[in-house]
Design a protein around this ligand. Structure first.
Ligand code: PGA
Length: 243
């Protein structure tokens, strides 16, 4: 696990966007899996900008959405669908065959999970995964207690996830379950980047890097991955022992 530190959010987002844009340039059929949320928001904007400025051929890469709130329609502005359509798919005018998101309204959610796992297998695995970290240490909707071996699955959301998650919505919503790519897929990903910024993430970043590896603190799985990167700003790094 490598720690990559930056002064602020703008710099860490610029680094991440550069890395992804260069990776697509070098491997046009790259498979990218990304989380939505406040943390990767600027990375998405900068990625679009850099791909266009550098005239990278992005017509062959595949985009996978890490997770979705179960029961939310795709036009809900707090959904991951909405986020990625507005930030990535529409600005890049991606073909619908290039992106895969969970259908959170599907009658058969288990089938949605199998479909996502099959896409990943058919594409030959995920090259780059870019995730955030929740205030309970979750990654995607891999909540505390999730097996490190889990493939895509439906999760009962933790109380912290349900309350912190309200920030994405214009009005209070009832959140119960999430659907997510699992840690078995994260461990099989070639390179995994966990991004965090701001002092509110300082404690969870310390536990991720310095705490025990345990399913009760999901992000600690990053310590087990051979090519994992913790991309943080000064505030998120502020309580690390070696800071
Ligand atoms: P955030 O979400 O990037 O909006 O802080 C992180 C998460 O809960 O996974």
């Amino acid at each position: 696990m490598q720690i990559v530190s930056f002064k602020n959010y703008e710099q860490l987002s610029g680094y991440m966007a550069d890395f992804i844009a260069d990776s697509i340039k070098n491997k046009p059929d790259l498979v990218l899996c990304m989380a939505s949320g406040s943390t990767p928001a600027l990375t998405c904007d900068l990625l679009v900008q850099k791909l266009k400025e550098r005239q990278v051929d992005y017509s062959k890469f595949t985009f996978l959405g890490l997770d979705e709130w179960v029961g939310l329609p795709p036009f809900n502005t707090g959904s991951c669908h909405y986020f990625f359509h507005k930030k990535i798919f529409e600005p890049l005018q991606l073909s619908s065959s290039q992106f895969f998101l969970f259908n959170a309204l599907a009658d058969d959610l288990k089938r949605e999970c199998s479909k996502m796992d099959k896409v990943i297998a058919d594409k030959g695995g995920i090259d780059i995964m870019v995730v955030g970290i929740g205030m309970n240490g979750h990654i995607g909707f891999n909540e505390p207690g999730t097996s490190f071996a889990a493939l895509s699955h439906v999760a009962e959301l933790d109380e912290i996830t349900k309350s912190v998650g309200q920030k994405y919505f214009d009005e209070p919503v009832e959140l119960g379950k999430g659907i997510t790519i699992g840690f078995g897929q994260l461990m099989n990903t070639k390179k995994v980047f966990l991004m965090a910024n701001g002092s509110k993430k300082a404690e969870v970043i310390k536990k991720t890097i310095e705490g025990p590896v345990t399913e009760s603190f999901p992000a600690s799985i990053m310590q087990n991955h051979p090519h994992s990167f913790i991309v943080i700003d000064e505030e998120a790094a502020s309580v690390l022992s070696k800071n």
